[in-house]
Design a binder for this molecule. Structure first.
Ligand SMILES: O=P(O)(O)O[C@@H]1[C@@H](OP(=O)(O)O)[C@H](OP(=O)(O)O)[C@H](O)[C@H](OP(=O)(O)O)[C@H]1OP(=O)(O)O
Ligand SMILES: Nc1ncnc2c1ncn2[C@@H]1O[C@H](COP(=O)(O)OP(=O)(O)OP(=O)(O)O)[C@@H](O)[C@H]1O
Length: 395
């Protein structure tokens, strides 16, 4: 297994660990200026309408109150994002973060307003903590005055590597964490059908498998794919009733104005194929910050050519419209995956997939790489316990 990152981690960037430098900006949230964006297990995200900013407010179990410990947690998030995560993933992929304070009264008002909007399975937790992190809103890239439409695809790829511990009595089936978890989630009724998506395919570096992964995410998005239009959720696992209509509508609209079209004279290339192509390119395109740009770009163009041929002749989407997804719904509906494909080839250096995979691989089995980073950083900082906590949470 390759454990090193596709770039040298710059330990010097990580030297400024002093979270006492983090200042909290006071933020008011007048009604009409914010919108609920979404939430996970730990945070609720509110989008500030005119500022291309989101705030990530942490949730607590109902009845549990907040303390100064929560302030420290936000300070750590800011320091960790700035001095570890940005150098690790690349500044291109990590937006600036700042700390904000929202009065407890406003937090309570938010809770009340959100009652009607939040999904019922998340309601056992609520907002309590007045300290939060503010990030760039990745769903809003255009200026607010722009007449163009802002589209955003969110992918939660999950862990993209898996190894069998040969010779160590590892009798597990070759199923990655995500695919194995599908069985458990179905059993607990957290999902209605097992997905055909496998993270090992998405991160495989193999164009055919990457395309299958993207199509599988579209066919059964679960918690792993969302599409936003001007910051509003238009396609996800939740709005299932007219799911194909809205997917079809948004892709038709988006692709009619996209400059990233499949280069073909063949008729019958529809918006879905162009959309799958666009997502694959975005995932594989290198954004280099160092000198090793050439090899990433060469690999990208190699994959791009293969993708073009592959998508143009792809049987799944050859019907030229999204109905092909619907027609194949049965096939996609219930994956019966008994083993994952553990093979992989090179991803373009500097692509988001490559960066994420390398960061994930810091969780290596014997801890060699993480120890190296930890010791280097330990020598640079007096705040070792904070660092350790940050790494552990990150991985
Ligand atoms: O265990 P998994 O793979 O289901 O992942 C959990 C995520 O579920 P997912 O499968 O992505 O829908 C889960 O995501 P959601 O809250 O469901 O969006 C959390 O990320 C959870 O992390 P934590 O417990 O809040 O630190 C995640 O738990 P940990 O992986 O951090 O234990
Ligand atoms: N910077 C951002 N720009 C745009 N939307 C965002 C941003 N950060 C989060 N979101 C939206 O808010 C949702 C919830 O955020 P997030 O995943 O960070 O919550 P979480 O509780 O930490 O998740 P988890 O429980 O999975 O760890 C995301 O799924 C995404 O739709």
């Amino acid at each position: 297994m390759e454990l090193s990152a596709d770039y040298e981690v710059n330990y010097d960037c990580m030297i400024q660990w002093d979270s006492s430098n983090v200042h909290f900006e006071y933020l008011t949230l007048p009604s009409g200026c914010w919108r609920y964006r979404g939430e996970g297990n730990a945070n609720i995200v509110i989008a500030l309408k005119d500022e291309a900013t989101i705030i990530r407010l942490s949730k607590n179990y109902s009845g549990v109150s907040w303390s100064e410990h929560h302030k420290k947690k936000v300070e750590r998030q800011v320091v960790f994002t700035t001095h570890v995560f940005a150098p690790l993933l690349g500044k291109y992929f990590v937006a600036k973060v700042r700390a904000v304070y929202v009065s407890p009264e406003q937090i309570q008002q938010l809770n009340e307003c959100l009652q009607r909007i939040r999904p019922s399975h998340r309601m056992h937790k609520e907002l309590k903590v007045p300290y939060a992190a503010a990030h760039s809103d990745f769903a809003r890239t255009l200026k607010f005055s722009s007449e163009d439409v802002d589209y955003c695809v969110e992918i939660k790829p999950k862990k993209g590597w898996w190894i069998k511990l040969h010779g160590m009595g590892d009798s597990r089936p070759n199923l990655c964490n995500y695919c194995l978890n599908q069985y458990q989630k179905l059993k607990k009724s957290k999902i209605s059908s097992r997905s055909n998506y496998c993270p090992l395919d998405l991160f495989s570096g193999n164009p055919a498998r990457i395309v299958e992964a993207v199509i599988s995410l579209l066919a059964n998005p679960q918690n792993n794919l969302r599409i936003f239009r001007d910051g509003r959720l238009v396609y996800s696992d939740v709005n299932k009733s007219d799911v194909y209509n809205s997917l079809e509508a948004v892709i038709n609209e988006w692709m009619s104005s996209s400059s990233h079209q499949l280069p073909t004279t063949t008729s019958g290339i529809g918006p879905l194929k162009n959309f799958v192509y666009l997502i694959c390119l975005a995932l594989l395109k290198p954004h280099m910050e160092s000198t090793d740009a050439d090899s990433g770009i060469n690999r990208f163009f190699q994959l791009k050519n293969e993708l073009e041929e592959l998508i143009i002749s792809h049987s799944m989407v050859e019907q030229n419209d999204l109905l092909s997804l619907k027609l194949n719904e049965k096939k996609f509906k219930e994956s019966n995956r008994k083993c994952c494909n553990l093979e992989s080839s090179e991803l373009p250096l500097g692509s988001v997939l490559s960066r994420i995979l390398n960061a994930q691989k810091l969780e290596d089995s014997d801890g060699t790489y993480i120890r190296k980073v930890f010791h280097a950083m330990n020598a640079l900082t007096q705040n070792a316990s904070l660092l350790k906590a940050g790494w552990m949470k990150c991985l």
